[in-house]
Design a protein around this ligand. Structure first.
Ligand SMILES: [Zn+2]
Ligand SMILES: [Zn+2]
Length: 505
């Protein structure tokens, strides 16, 4: 089912709050433009430009209302910017706000002209006195002239150094189990657990770090997971993947980890979306846009570049990590091991400026050269890819650091929502923290903040390695069937096994 959401930068939120929540406690209104961010199942509006009313453009006394020439000015600005229109007003109470009869009349009346002029549905937003937002999109009914339906958003997200979300309880109720989560809730209380329980968390890469992140979040009470990875379980993964076993060899990693989450989850009801694509392919990219927070558990430059882009253009915070193990020349002894965790996105330094990947290496990967044995023969692979040397204790420690970064971002314990980049040294047992990093002056990613679908850049494309991995899994299922038929197994058993393998790939 299609869902809806809104995302607002902390800066725009502050300006709107200052205008809409008045000292004389009267309601107020204004307009803004927005840019769409289209996920696979979620449509989000990203507020772009506030258009405050001028002196003679609205009446505040009594029921707040605007004059036609204000609306006309807004239509003109939105048309020039080629963006959607949001109508915002305040209510003198707190929490997620519903609509009065007058609100419904006002927004229904505006919907046809807004859709006609911008091609995008009107976005209605209401602000409560505690800073809580509520939102809805007025979409056109198919085959019905001038008839519009109100689609309530599930969430309105405000992204700054902290991520704050107002939830629509009717569409997205809190989901937790006070018995199973007794110790967790006693650490941070019911309200935090209610907010955490309905976060939409995406984990990109279900390897040594991603599978542990999934396990930690399942135990913590997260109920909504999106798992993105095109790869299958191999025997050499068994020393590091959590909840993945010998029987899983050959299965898609996302499906093996799904079984683990189902066993470990403490939330009474969970939803897991699996995506057997790379984040660098369109279906993987669009699936990621349905999430509130993304974990980057990948080890290559192209997926890091895509995630970096999403965190700025679509304002979805990304938590990233990487491990570097150094050995002697013959790989017989460890010299050092260090791992880093960082949160990137709006108001923070990006993955490229933090040195987590290089654009030229992403370009090499897109061209297929990083997977061409002839090309990389004799080259120092550590310059392109994260080290393959890894130990479960290292990756599980990093996974925990990444989840701690997420909790800091969302819960802001004692008001701290950003601890900066953390670098742990295995040899010394010490951690460096750098909270002053900023993007370089001409960083491209700072120029696409909140540009969503209108950023004019396509970061995904053909991903030969992912295509090959999926086709290999399909071929294995088929060859098993052929084998069974050749061995004259009963047709009923063959069909049964085929459907089972489809479900358990
Ligand atoms: Zn109202
Ligand atoms: Zn940057």
């Amino acid at each position: 089912m299609k869902t809806f959401s809104v995302v607002i930068t902390d800066e725009i939120h502050q300006q709107l709050f200052a205008h809409l929540i008045r000292e004389d406690e009267q309601e107020d209104l204004c307009f803004a433009t927005y840019i769409p961010s289209s996920g696979l199942n979620r449509s989000t509006g990203i507020l772009s430009q506030i258009i405050l009313p001028e002196e003679d453009e609205r009446n505040v006394h009594g029921n707040v209302g605007f004059l036609p020439h204000y609306f006309e000015r807004v239509l003109k600005i939105a048309a020039e910017r080629k963006e959607g229109i949001a109508f915002l007003h305040s209510h003198p109470s707190s929490g997620w706000q519903g609509m009065s009869d007058d609100d419904v009349v006002a927004e229904t009346r505006m919907s046809p002209s807004v859709m006609g002029l911008t091609g995008l549905p009107l976005l209605g937003l209401t602000l409560g006195t505690d800073g809580a937002w509520s939102g809805r999109f007025w979409t056109k009914n198919e085959n019905e002239k001038r008839r519009y339906s109100c689609n309530w958003c599930e969430t309105v997200r405000v992204v700054g150094r902290k991520l704050s979300i107002t939830y629509n309880d009717a569409l997205l109720p809190a989901i937790f189990d006070s018995e199973k989560q007794l110790r967790t809730i006693s650490a941070w209380g019911n309200k935090t657990q209610e907010d955490l329980s309905r976060l939409k968390i995406g984990i990109v890469g279900l390897g040594s770090v991603g599978s542990v992140v999934a396990e930690i979040l399942a135990r913590t009470g997260i109920s909504n997971f999106t798992l993105i990875d095109f790869d299958a379980v191999e025997e050499k993964n068994l020393d590091r993947l959590t909840n993945v076993f010998k029987d899983d060899i050959g299965r898609a990693k996302v499906l093996a980890v799904t079984d683990g989450i189902r066993k470990s989850a403490t939330a009474p009801k969970i939803k897991i979306t699996t995506c057997e694509y790379s984040i660098c392919e369109k279906p993987g990219y669009n699936t990621a846009l349905d999430c509130d927070i993304l974990f980057s558990c990948v080890d290559r430059p192209w997926p890091r570049q895509v995630l970096n882009f999403i965190s700025y253009a679509h304002l979805i915070p990304v938590i990233d990590g990487g491990i570097l193990v150094r050995t002697n020349k013959r790989n017989t002894n460890i010299i050092g091991a260090d791992w880093k965790a960082q949160t990137v996105g709006y108001k923070r330094a990006c993955l490229e400026c933090l040195g987590q990947y290089k654009t030229e290496n992403a370009v090499l990967e897109i061209s297929g050269k990083l997977d061409d044995p002839d090309y990389i023969k004799g080259l120092d692979k550590s310059k392109f890819l994260d080290a393959h040397e890894n130990v479960f204790a290292f990756s599980s420690h990093l996974a925990s650091m990444e989840v701690l970064q997420m909790l800091t971002l969302f819960i802001a314990p004692s008001g701290v929502s950003d601890v900066g980049q953390q670098l742990y040294h295995f040899v010394l047992g010490s951690m460096d923290v750098d909270s002053n990093k900023e993007c370089h002056e001409n960083c491209f990613f700072q120029s696409v903040i909140g540009k969503g679908d209108f950023a004019n850049v396509t970061v995904y494309g053909e991903h030969a390695v992912a295509v090959a991995a999926r086709s290999l899994r399909s071929k294995e299922i088929l060859s098993n069937i052929v084998n069974d038929v050749q061995h004259k197994k009963s047709i009923f058993l063959v069909i049964k096994k085929y459907f089972k393998s489809l479900l358990n790939r």
